[in-house]
Design a protein around this ligand. Structure first.
Ligand code: R5P
Length: 313
């Protein structure tokens, strides 16, 4: 009989606090690697322990410095492969370049290109959370588990005991997500009609659904510039909403997003720790950890058990 492999968890530089929390949940140390930089800025990678015959889980979401995080991820996967790991599981709860996921004019399909690179480097399995679109799962020819922060967010908002809730999708593309979240909160949904005249700019046009006198909770996969949420919150208030909250899994929060949110009509924005809050935080931001769900997924996959319960969205 083949000897049972050992589970090892490693982290690149993308989100060490999350990786440490996952390791703590699993009650094991993080594997030893040296991931630094050459003087010209290239990533320099060295494994400081053997991975021969082991099941290696690499925690490397790609949202802190997307380009560097991706290169580091690819080089780490390559090092694990060349070090004769039995299997390499990439745990990237935030998947950078997810937003260009279909042809628009002469665009690339960036989400597919990144998937190709990860597979080509030698990953056997990919674990993400709240992928921008379900179709990204199909860009990989290896198994993909798309976990979700929605159960964590719904537990958080249930504890607040808010009354007369309506879950709001900030755009038409997010309606399925909003429906899933609303069913957890036993609430109806409303939809914002949003347009993007240019990348990173959003215009909210109208609200479909009744928000007057209600407590709105907007739910989205990503908050980047904060434009979509802040503009939508303004519109919801103008339509008579009593209060506006938001929950977004991936806190990209680029540029002056934190300031925009601080000055907006949003009471509170709940985010996960798939991306560290690199520009600091604000009293309006509540960060909830994905570590327990990721650790449970790792344990379940390693034990060869069914992951459906962990995937419940
Ligand atoms: C877009 O379709 C995404 O789901 C988010 O709505 C978007 O990335 C948010 O971007 P921003 O915060 O820059 O408006």
């Amino acid at each position: 009989m083949e000897p049972r492999s050992t589970l090892k968890v490693f982290s690149g530089n993308a989100n060490k606090p999350l990786a440490q929390k996952i390791a703590d949940e699993l009650k094991m140390p993080l594997g030893k690697i040296s991931a630094g930089k050459f003087s010209d800025g290239e990533c320099s990678i060295l494994l400081d322990e053997s991975v021969r015959g082991q099941d290696v889980f690499l925690i490397q979401p790609t949202g802190t410095k997307p380009n560097e995080d991706i290169i580091e991820l690819l080089l780490l996967v390559d090092a694990f492969r060349r070090g004769s790991a039995k299997a390499v599981y990439v745990v990237a709860p935030y998947y950078a370049y997810c937003r260009q996921d279909r042809l628009v004019g002469r665009s690339p399909i960036s989400a597919k290109t990144i998937a190709n690179l990860i597979q080509k480097a030698g990953a056997d399995y990919f674990i993400a959370a709240d992928l921008h679109s379900e179709s990204i799962v199909g860009f990989f020819d290896i198994p993909v588990d798309n976990l979700s922060a929605l159960p964590i967010f719904s537990d958080y908002f249930k504890e607040k005991k808010l009354n007369n809730i309506v879950v709001v999708s900030p755009d038409v593309g997010g309606v399925k997500r909003a429906r899933r979240f609303a069913s957890r909160l036993d609430a109806p949904i409303a939809i914002i009609d949003k347009q993007r005249p240019r990348p990173n700019e959003s215009e909210v046009v109208n609200v479909v659904g009744d928000v007057s006198g209600k407590t709105c909770i907007m739910v989205d996969d990503i908050v980047d510039t904060g434009g979509s949420l802040c503009n939508a919150a303004k519109l919801l208030k103008a339509k008579g909403a009593k209060a506006v909250y938001a929950a977004c899994t991936h806190a990209v929060l680029s540029g002056d997003a934190l300031k925009k949110i601080a000055e907006s009509e949003i009471e509170e924005l709940a985010v996960s720790d798939s991306i560290p809050l690199r520009n600091g935080s604000s009293p309006k931001i509540k960060q909830l950890s994905l570590a327990p769900v990721l650790a449970q997924a790792i344990k379940t996959i390693y034990d060869g058990q069914s992951i459906s319960e962990v995937l419940q969205k």
